[in-house]
Design a protein around this ligand. Structure first.
Ligand SMILES: [Zn+2]
Ligand SMILES: [Zn+2]
Length: 157
């Protein structure tokens, strides 16, 4: 993972200044491992700098995307685009219930090699998202199922 200072250097080379606002936004992006949306980054920024506009947050994230320092992550739910820092390549686990998107360390062989459809494609990145229930949500689901079974038993009496 790059430091804010390294990113500041990249911005300078592109003729962009690292304003305190940009610094804060970049710092949040680099350290937030929850893969936040623009809106979530904006809310965090407001805690420290209430005067920062949503547009500034959006534009700074765009700049980071252009620099290749953050990446968009797909979100199957209606949560919109979420952002990830592009340090180490990694995979994801997505909880379909609470929408937690967690980084996962998986030692996978290059899977494209096992697909004839991909034979002539150039693979730039291999990123897998596994969908399911996180431990807390699977526990909730179990409890709900138990409740339903009880209700059924009562109503069939
Ligand atoms: Zn969950
Ligand atoms: Zn990630």
């Amino acid at each position: 993972m790059r430091s804010v200072e390294q990113i500041a250097e990249l911005l300078r080379k592109k003729g962009l200044k690292l304003t305190p606002q940009r610094r804060l936004i970049i710092d949040i992006l680099l350290h937030d491992r929850t893969h936040p949306t623009v809106e979530e980054v904006y809310k965090k920024v407001l805690e420290t700098m209430p005067e920062v506009s949503r547009t500034t947050v959006y534009n700074t994230i765009r700049e980071m995307l252009n620099l290749g320092e953050v990446a968009e992550v797909q979100d199957l739910s209606d949560g919109g685009i979420r952002y990830d820092t592009t340090g180490e390549p990694h995979h994801h686990f997505f909880c379909v219930r609470c929408r937690a998107l967690v980084d996962v360390d998986l030692a996978l062989p290059p899977v494209a090699e096992s697909s004839s459809e991909l034979a002539d494609c150039v693979i730039l990145k291999q990123q897998l998202t596994l969908y399911g229930l996180c431990p807390a949500c699977s526990e909730l689901q179990r409890q709900e199922e138990k409740m339903e079974q009880k209700e059924e038993a009562v109503s069939s009496r």
